[in-house]
Ligand binder design. Sequence first.
Ligand SMILES: Cc1cc2nc3c(=O)[nH]c(=O)nc-3n(C[C@H](O)[C@H](O)[C@H](O)COP(=O)(O)OP(=O)(O)OC[C@H]3O[C@@H](n4cnc5c(N)ncnc54)[C@H](O)[C@@H]3O)c2cc1C
Length: 396
Amino acid sequence: MPTKAALNLVPATSLASDLLIVGGGVLGLWAAKYAVDAGLKVTLIDKKRCGSGGSRGLLGALAPHLPNAMNDKKRFQLHALDELPGLVAQLEERSGLSAHYGQTGRLMPIRVKGFQKRVDRCIEESAANWDLGARSYTFEQVDVKRYEGWINPDLAPMGLAFDSLSARVVPRSFMQVLFASVMDRIEIIENCELVSFDQQKGSARMRDGRVILADNVVLAAGYETYDLLQPLVSATLGHGVKGHSSLFELDGVSQMPSLYDNGVYIVPHGDGTVAVGSSSQNEWSDGAAVNEGHCQPYIIKAKELCPALQKAKFLSHWAGVRPRSYAKDPIVGALDDRGSVHVLTGGFKISFGIAHRLAQALVERLVGAEPKVFLPPSYEVAYHLAEATKDNRGDK
Ligand SMILES: Cc1cc2nc3c(=O)[nH]c(=O)nc-3n(C[C@H](O)[C@H](O)[C@H](O)COP(=O)(O)OP(=O)(O)OC[C@H]3O[C@@H](n4cnc5c(N)ncnc54)[C@H](O)[C@@H]3O)c2cc1C
């Protein structure tokens, strides 16, 4: 991540901002971008480095929900994925960097009648459901011969489902582009950990004793947001799910579609790398510790599915933690009527494709702008609080 000279040099005296953003992951940085665009004076802190949390992953799949039985969440993601290439292009132009974005589509092998039926429904409904007027996206069944060498035909006996909406980025490059879009316009303080926020005084206390005064605070601290929220709402709204992914070098496949089968993703990037992932672990102690045993089953399956990967050069493994809300969906918005604490977390496995839209919705509300983005009801803070109480999963 690029740095600016002042990053860690802010003295232990009070700073004052309109908005304090806690967490420099993909959600916090998008929030910073929309907030500074709206004219707010923004301070963003990160307890480590910006882009060092879950957003430092390797995979970068921007994977849509299937286009049958549309609902609010599917529509929200459809619009988010549709507008993302335009936004990325603007940020790339400003920074001179590349996120290696590509709308290269996704293939899924069809092996069983149940999935074939679902594919048939998706093909039928996608024409209307994925037509946005200015652009439309397709869901179709294609012959496996079209992707000879990229997919093992024995593992797709009934053919392949292909969608043209899926896209990919190199997550670390994407984060650099996003960081560059705000780094000269906001105050960024790294190695600075929020421990508490006093809503009445509008004062945020850091672990090292620093105090930052802010009218509003956005908690975008990834899975750690749930711990920061706990004393404020007396409930635990989610947890961190650890995952592993692996990176390979392989030339000549950057325009191939991603492959998805039974929990295994193979994502060819625009920089000559291919990522494979991702495992999920609810129980873990060190979120960043790589355990090769969690990577190998995915790599073995990936090489079976994608013969081209067999000659790829291994580069690295990575482990990180994704925020997952118990009510399954992201949490976005003001915590209560006082309106000074805002929550932005819970993107789980699809954050990179929707983060900008979640952040835009939050900032529109925060500044009282005419809303352009409407959130699905299950993304609202009130929904998550009600679910926590109902299911007795929270600590209330
Ligand atoms: C193995 C794996 C594969 C994945 N693959 C994909 C994929 O293909 N596509 C996709 O869209 N998503 C994917 N995800 C999910 C995605 O990476 C995450 O959902 C997303 O990065 C979360 O972003 P965030 O901004 O909410 O949190 P983070 O990126 O974790 O950022 C939170 C930041 O807050 C900081 N912080 C925490 N506590 C404090 C505090 N008290 N004070 C100050 N700072 C604090 C942290 O240091 C961190 O930098 C994957 C995740 C994993 C683990």
